[in-house]
Design a protein around this ligand. Structure first.
Ligand code: NDP
Length: 250
């Protein structure tokens, strides 16, 4: 039978915009209590109010996933508040593209800390809580990217983090498959979100925005639908990878 999300508890990192925000809404519609994490607390509060107005259940936990103690505290707070943990959506991410020779090593550091280390630590802290609470099962969903499989110019560190997410997650899957913990890698192509707007290099930022505008790009809800599909499968069905591109994307 499908996994019913009623009264399940889901942590969503990067819930203040884009894919995380859209997925938090859909998970709440499906009956999950959602724990909303990101740095911009006001945006999380607005989202939590919307979810509660629709009859859902949301908790705001302002979190910088680059800070280990904040990641630990996010997981602990979710379990203290709701008594269980079922789903972790590691979605927080930044894409600071620049030509390799002009790369700012602070950008390397930020992408590794947020896209890769933050995700690794959240997974490390959350899985034991999934096993100790609820029905002892759990589901870890990682936002990778088409850039987790294919490398592009000016994406060196971003590619490094997303390839890293894929390798990390496949190893975790092998460690945990006997324990009822499922993993899903989500690999979107171009999705129309804020992601491109935060690229510091002007040429890269404009190029990325043009790329998204040049096609009928995906909407955050298109990715949310894939995530909900994965997490509502019966317990014996593990959707390990979802590669979702706009039809027009090469
Ligand atoms: P957005 O920029 O809209 O969302 C990114 C989210 O990450 C925001 O909520 C942001 O919140 C959060 N975030 C960034 N840094 C931190 C941090 N240090 N601590 C906590 N949260 C943080 O982009 P998307 O929705 O597009 O991106 C979501 C994920 O999808 C990312 O992992 C991205 O790499 C991936 N992806 C996106 C694609 C696209 O085309 N848009 C394609 C493939 C993958 P705040 O600033 O409030 O902290």
């Amino acid at each position: 039978s499908p996994t019913d999300l009623t009264d399940r508890v889901a942590i969503v990192t990067g819930a203040s915009s884009g894919i995380g925000e859209a997925t938090a809404r859909v998970l709440a519609d499906e009956g999950a209590s959602v724990v909303l994490a990101a740095r911009r607390e006001d945006d999380l509060r607005t989202l939590a109010d919307d979810i509660e107005d629709e009859g859902g259940d949301a908790l705001v936990v302002p979190t910088d996933v680059a800070e280990e103690e904040q990641v630990r505290s996010l997981v602990d707070t979710a379990v203290e508040e709701f008594g269980r943990l079922d789903v972790l959506l590691n979605n927080a991410g930044v894409m600071l593209n620049e030509p390799f020779q002009a790369s700012d090593t602070d950008h390397f550091e930020q992408m590794v800390e947020v896209n890769l280390l933050g995700l690794m630590k959240a997974t490390r802290f959350a899985v034991p809580k999934m096993q100790e609470t609820g029905d002892g099962r759990g589901h870890v969903v990682q936002l990778s990217s088409v850039a987790g499989r294919h490398a592009y110019p000016s994406h060196a560190a971003y590619n490094g983090t997303k390839f890293g997410v894929n390798g990390f997650t496949e190893s975790v899957r092998k460690d945990l498959c006997g324990d009822g913990i499922r993993t899903t890698l989500v690999e979107p192509g171009a999705v129309d979100t804020e992601l491109q707007q935060h690229i510091p290099d002007e040429d890269e930022r404009e190029g990325a925005k043009e790329m998204v505008a040049s096609m009928d790009a995906l909407a955050p809800d298109d990715i949310a639908a894939g995530i909900v599909y994965a997490v509502t499968q019966p317990a014996n069905v593990s959707v390990n990878e979802l590669l979702i591109r706009p039809t027009e994307q090469e």
